[in-house]
Design a protein around this ligand. Sequence first.
Ligand code: AMP
Length: 253
Amino acid sequence: MPTMGALHEGHTSLIKRADEECDTVVLSILVNPTQFSNEIDLATYPRTLEKDALIAQKAGVDVIFAPTAEDLYEGKPAAEEISWGYLTSEFEARHRHGHFDGVVAVVERLFETVMPQKSYFGEKDLQQVAVIRRLVSERGHSTEVISCELLRHQEGLALSSRNTRLSEAGRMTALKLFKALLEAKKQITSGAHRKETLVQHKAMLSSVSEIALEYISGVNELTFNPQELPDNWTHIVVAADVDGVRLIDNIRL
Ligand code: AMP
């Protein structure tokens, strides 16, 4: 199970599932430099290895693999450019240039090093799950990719290591993203026009001065085609900057 540490209950839900399904659970912790397109985000990403070790052990991890980037990459961390259509050009890929190049680079190194029979990824990073599935089929890795449900705080905020950088006011603002997803889903499932519903929620979120909206859109979880027919949407995805913290969330339709 690859992570960047600063473990929270979203991570431990994956660990617990892996513990139920596997004899040995290996958790990797590395703040992977090649997947960051923003130096400040990389520098301020929380690093809490000792605390993580306690949480991991309690949740059922047998082995923690926490290499330095230089060791894992056997030299200077670098990633080749990946071109897998919309998966690596739209949504997260468009807004975080080179992000999936870095994700593919690190996960491939981890697959080669740990050789897991099963690997666990959270649907919090929905597009990442699609990219990893593509990585496995494209390069013939023999691991079963298991995607796990997105976990939220009680009030609805998606659990994320970056939430620790939000102020109390920022958390309240961030909740508006979840509420927009929830409301849009409610309208769509009660028959509202899918595209128009999203246009309205986009306008609403764009009007909130504390939110720098990147996108809110319907997607198909397999294609991430921005022109996907609304009838084929499986999720609504959203990304925005709140309080200088980049947040992503999604909801299944
Ligand atoms: P990260 O440490 O953010 O790279 O996340 C490591 C793994 O945990 C990824 O597969 C994430 O999708 C997953 N994860 C992070 N937050 C959540 C969450 N709130 N619910 C479910 N999975 C999560």
